[in-house]
Structure formats: C-alpha cells, structure tokens
Design a protein around this ligand. Structure first.
Ligand SMILES: [Ca+2]
Ligand SMILES: [Ca+2]
Length: 375
C-alpha cells in the first residue's frame, strides 16, 4: 500500500503518543460519564500501523461454495437510523434497493482462516514487521528513524484499565502489543486452543479481502450488510427488533457493566464468543450485532447518505474515496455491527444503523469479517 508521507508522519506521532500514554498513571478517582460525553467511535484516533511492507500478498481467486451461507432475497429498504438515537452519519434515512446475494451465516472463524493460511501461505498485516528502508522512501529526506521498539510486528489488544480518566480517549484500553496477531489474539502468550470457532480477529481490511478472494467471495457492501442485518424487520434499532439489548434473554455478545473497567458477564461472555452462540436474526444470520466488528467493502464517508438524495439508490457501493472529518488524512473503510466491547452507556455499536470506520491496515482484537457472494 502506498501512503502519503503526511500519513506516515501521523502514524509515527500516534504510535509514539500511544507508547507515552500507556506509561502514564491513572488518577485514583473513577468518574461516571454521561452518554453524551461518549465519543463517536470506540476506537477512534488509534494508531494505524507502519505500512512499509503492507503490499497485499497476491491470492488466487477460488471457487465459491455456498456451504455455511444464506441466500438473502433482495428488496428495497430504508437505510440509516429511523429514530433519534443515531450519530450524525446515520442520517438521513434513505431508500436503497438491493439485489439478492449469498452471505456467510457467521463471522469467519479461526478454523476457517487457518485453512486459508495453510492453503496459501498468506501472512497477515499484523504479522509483518515494518521495513524502515521501504517506509523512508515515502518520507521527506532527513525524517528520523523511529525507535526500533516501534518497528515491530504488532497489533492492538484490549487491556482493561483499573481506572479511566475519560471515555474520549480509547488509547487507555488499547495496547500496541508486539507479537499480537490472529494466531495470538491477546499477545505472544496466547493461542487459539479452544478458540477454533471464535471469530478471527486482528485481521486488516487487506487480510479480509485476501481471504474473500481465496474463498471465491467478496466483502459485503455497507448497504448489503445493513439490509441483511435487519432481517426483513423494517426500521427497528436491532437485528432482533426493538427490545433493549440488556432486557429479556441475552441476545448477543456485548459488554454489560461499567465500560471498560467492569464486565458483569450477564451475557455469559466477557471476551469473544464462539460464532452462533446466540440466536440468529430472521434471515438466519448470527452475530449481526456484537461479538466482532465486521469489515465492509466501502470507503467510509460521513456525508455519503446525504449525497444520495431522495431517489431509491440501487446497489450502492459507497463513495469513491474516504471522508472522515475526525481524521481527514487517514483513508478509512466501513465496519459494522459492534463488538463484545460495545456497551449501552458507550458506543452502542450494535445498533443496526451504527457506522464505524478504520484504516484498511488496522488490526484490532475486536475486528473480524464475514463474506458474501453475488451468485
Ligand atoms: Ca459479553
Ligand atoms: Ca458481528
């Protein structure tokens, strides 16, 4: 991936800032935060990686199998937030027509991703150490080399702090961890034993596209993803309808308690859950809310819905380029559905219309994907 020198400068800055912030001591006072203090994103302004070696590894397109997939009959629906709970980028509500497609019933698992790696020898973005000689070619002459401790294969691991100073700064609970990758989700001391049916995590958008190509599939468009998540139930906030996430029976893997300090485990999973641990939506799709965020094919544009006007848009594929006013210089792809870290008092990312974004080279412990196929 070729990226601008400006972005690389930002990356250096943000990684250094992260390293510094991790060393700061928290104040002893725990604070309670109002919902309107919560940021628009539960992982905004985190460092992208050094992308000096992130040339996507070529993968040969495979032949699709519909095993484990569900046929989603197309149709016309209202996309976006139908209530007043949405963030600004979820409006206006607009009509979209979607052609029928196949969708994986579950998030891609570690076992499935392992088959892909075994067949192709693919090495994920998080497993590749950055090459300073490659990076420096894209930087202004004289740019100093960052500390060697930062030029390592690494990914972002969730590390609950003892205290938080503000929910505005996600760097308090994300740690840039050397050796963390899909094989080692919590860092070098962790492994996949007993987690074969957990969703694969620490996969970048590039990794997800590589897997989809090998499987003869593709990533869903953002519109396909939302149409599928709604399961034919119009204008409801969740894939199951309107019942609040923490009422009734546990319906999905999210976070209950005071995020990010205390998890009450009401839904029986403090970390990731095996895929299909909870009931599917009306289309037979599991974990369309919670467990892991899921990469979509589209670039993120905060104003994309406004740009579509009042007509019915047929199979929208997203904007031509990224537009995130919060981090204008970092191109970002869409992610959907929320994760095991989403909380009712915080990001509420499991709302069906909720939009999230991250740079294509970013891997996180709560981010995975599922694939679709047109035929
Ligand atoms: Ca949970
Ligand atoms: Ca999910």
């Amino acid at each position: 991936m070729v990226i601008s020198a400006r972005k690389l400068s930002l990356i250096f800055c943000s990684v250094f800032c992260l390293a510094v912030s991790c060393q700061q001591e928290s104040t002893p006072e725990e604070k309670t935060f109002l919902a309107d203090e919560a940021p628009a994103s539960c992982h905004e302004n985190l460092p992208s990686r050094f992308t000096g070696t992130a040339t996507p590894v070529p993968v040969k397109r495979g032949k699709v199998s519909h095993e484990g997939m569900v046929w989603i009959e197309g149709g016309t629906f209202y996309m976006g937030a139908a209530d007043t709970e949405g963030r600004q980028d979820e409006y206006p509500l607009h009509q979209v027509k979607i052609d029928g497609f196949w969708m994986d019933a579950t998030e891609v698992t570690n076992a499935q991703f392992a088959s892909f790696v075994e067949a192709t020898g693919y090495v994920t973005t998080a497993e590749r150490a950055p090459d300073w000689e490659e990076i420096r070619k894209q930087l202004p002459p004289g740019t100093p080399k960052p500390d060697d401790s930062l030029l390592v294969a690494a990914s972002l691991v969730f590390s609950p702090p003892l205290h938080t100073q503000s929910l505005q700064d996600a760097r308090q609970w994300w740690t840039w961890t050397k050796g963390a990758s899909w094989r080692h989700p919590q860092g070098p001391g962790s492994n996949l034993k007993g987690k074969e049916h957990h969703p694969v995590v620490h996969v970048s958008w590039d990794d997800a596209v590589a897997y989809a190509t090998w499987a003869g599939k593709r990533l869903p468009t953002e519109a396909e993803w939302e149409f599928a998540a709604r399961g034919g139930i119009e204008n409801q906030p969740f894939p199951w309808g309107a019942e609040p996430v923490e009422k009734g029976k546990p319906k999905t893997n999210t976070w209950q308690g005071q995020f990010p300090i205390h998890n009450s485990n009401w839904d029986r999973h403090t970390g990731l859950a095996s895929v299909s641990s909870y009931a599917p939506n009306a289309y037979g799709l599991y974990d369309m809310a919670g467990n892991v965020w899921e990469w979509c094919a589209d670039w993120y544009d905060a104003d994309y819905y406004s740009s579509l006007g009042e007509k019915v848009t047929h199979n929208p594929k997203g904007p031509a380029s990224s537009n995130d006013p919060a981090e204008a210089l970092v191109p970002k792809k869409v992610m959907r559905g929320g994760s095991f870290l989403c909380n009712d008092s915080y990001c509420k990312g499991y709302r069906t219309s909720a939009r999230m974004k991250s740079s294509p080279d970013t891997g996180l412990e709560h981010t995975g994907f599922r694939c679709v196929a047109s035929r």
